[in-house]
Design a protein around this ligand. Structure first.
Ligand code: FAD
Length: 451
């Protein structure tokens, strides 16, 4: 049926390799871009502060890029099931396209909308745009999903290779009569008083053009050192693509193919594999952010929370050099290097004996790449309760980790220089004693029935 099409943008804030946008353009009818800020649908997790900051700027960039091509981005706020139907009615749209989401509550919203809109005679089509492999296509020989990474990734690589990315459209013909849109500034996504985003502005440029630039720069300048230096937080050898992939400013298909063309990318590609693994795990376990994947960890006797310890960790005032450096990098820039994420998470869980969920919540609020799958997946990985997780008794010693991965102290000097002074702060807990206490508490998990 002729009539305008809506492209519902979600975690895919880009024009290039956007199959939903491509399908709408190919229909030769006016195209309306729609973004819905949904903080109300049941189970949808409200965004954290740093994520909101990124979203604001990424939407501004996407809106500008659509406008340059004759299109328009309409912003609406509210429960998606209602708001999307209203937008379809306002625009007299006869078709809507979107790229699939994989979280439980999001899938419920999308399924309800699909059914309702189709009943109204609207064409609804969804596409694979955010993951290289659809979760239901990767299975063990027994038809179950994988809980160990290596066979998972082997099974992915045995499937047909990820499709090549789609080119960026030159024109996006918008409708003659635009429908109402909110003003982005009225959404209040940016911090006002206090404005804590100075460090984020300094470090990042959200939006698709910067994402593509960073990908090219990484492949050209850094990929050659990736295998050797990816674990060193001061080396700058990783891609810094995580927020860009989180918001879909660059698609994993684009990253995959450009890295493959570049060559020698095996290790880097397997990191994209961990992203796939985390998302497939979330698809099969939608409560990943709140429930232990291995249920025997429900028996872990977390002691009563000491708020002063949690706060010292959040503020980077634990008296442990690498932990303090990492937590301050996070607070200042919305990002932390992967090795340091592991060390700070292990310290919270195994030296402060604080439930991993408290750490996951803090990262959710402060990371610009806060990701519904990667964040809880990795927290559970460090805690030992997750898929293919590090064994609980592997307790990182943050001082040894610093010696190994920040040998000349560049990273600690940048973020927590007082630790390298003549009078460094003392740790708030004894690393050896707390490690012993954590291992003793873990005995309760070992006795619990395996789940
Ligand atoms: P690169 O080394 O260049 O890797 C390329 C891409 O692969 C990344 O952008 C990311 O998309 C993916 N990737 C790399 N490592 C992992 C991993 N361990 N798990 C899943 N995907 C991975 N990553 C997030 O994107 N969002 C999060 O909220 C998040 N929370 C984390 C919490 C903890 C406790 C830990 C230990 C790790 C977390 N990670 C998270 C994973 C990892 O730390 C970041 O993806 C990585 O540091 C991003 O930097 P990069 O883009 O330079 O990574």
């Amino acid at each position: 049926m002729p009539g305008p099409s809506i492209v519902w943008f979600r975690d895919d804030l880009r024009l290039a390799d956007n199959p939903a946008l491509r399908a709408a353009i190919d229909r030769d009818e006016p195209v309306i871009g729609l973004y819905v800020l949904d903080e109300e649908s049941p189970g949808i997790r409200p965004l954290g502060g740093a994520a909101k900051w990124w979203l604001h700027h990424s939407l501004a960039s996407l809106g500008g890029r659509l406008a340059e091509r004759g299109g328009r981005l309409v912003l609406r706020r509210g429960p998606a099931e209602r708001v999307v139907r209203e937008a379809v009615a306002d625009a007299s749209a006869t078709a809507i396209f979107w790229n699939r989401r994989y979280g439980g509550p999001e899938r419920a919203v999308d399924a309800a909308l699909k059914a309702g809109l189709r009943e109204d005679g609207v064409e609804v089509t969804s596409f694979a745009g955010s993951l290289l492999f659809e979760p239901w296509t990767v299975q063990t020989g027994a038809g179950t999903h994988f809980s160990v990474f290596t066979p998972f990734w082997r099974a992915c690589l045995a499937l047909p290779a990820p499709r090549p990315p789609l080119p960026e459209p030159r024109e996006v013909g918008g409708p003659r009569h635009p429908i109402a849109s909110d003003d982005l500034d009225d959404w209040g996504l940016l911090p006002r008083r206090p404005d804590w985003a100075g460090g984020l502005r300094e470090r990042w440029e959200p939006g698709e053009p910067a994402a593509r630039r960073r990908l090219r720069e990484f492949l050209h300048d850094d990929l050659a050192h990736y295998d050797r230096a990816r674990d060193e937080p001061a080396a700058g050898a990783t891609s810094l693509l995580s927020p860009r992939l989180r918001w879909g400013e660059v698609s994993p298909f684009t990253v995959w193919h450009e890295a493959v063309e570049h060559g020698h990318a095996g290790r880097f590609l397997s990191e994209l594999g961990w992203r796939e693994f985390a998302w497939h795990t979330l698809f099969h376990s939608p409560d990943l952010a709140t429930a232990n994947l291995r249920r025997e960890f429900d028996a872990f006797p977390w002691p009563r929370l000491k708020p002063s310890h949690l706060e010292a960790w959040q503020r980077g005032r634990t008296g442990v050099a690498l932990v303090d450096a990492g937590m301050r990098e996070l607070w200042e820039t919305g990002y932390m290097h992967n090795r340091v994420r592991m060390v700070t998470a292990s310290f919270l869980i195994k030296n402060l004996l604080i439930d991993w969920r408290r750490g996951e919540e803090w990262f959710w609020d402060t990371l610009v790449d806060a990701d519904a799958a990667n964040n809880p997946f990795n927290w559970q990985w460090v805690a030992g309760s997750g898929a293919d997780a590090a064994p609980y008794f592997r307790v990182f010693n943050p001082d040894l980790q610093a010696k190994k991965f920040d040998a000349d102290g560049h990273y600690v000097r940048q973020w927590a220089p007082e630790h390298l002074s003549d009078d460094p702060p003392a740790p708030i807990v004894d690393l050896g004693e707390t490690r012993k206490a954590a291992l003793a508490a873990y005995e309760a998990v070992k006795r619990a029935p395996r789940g």
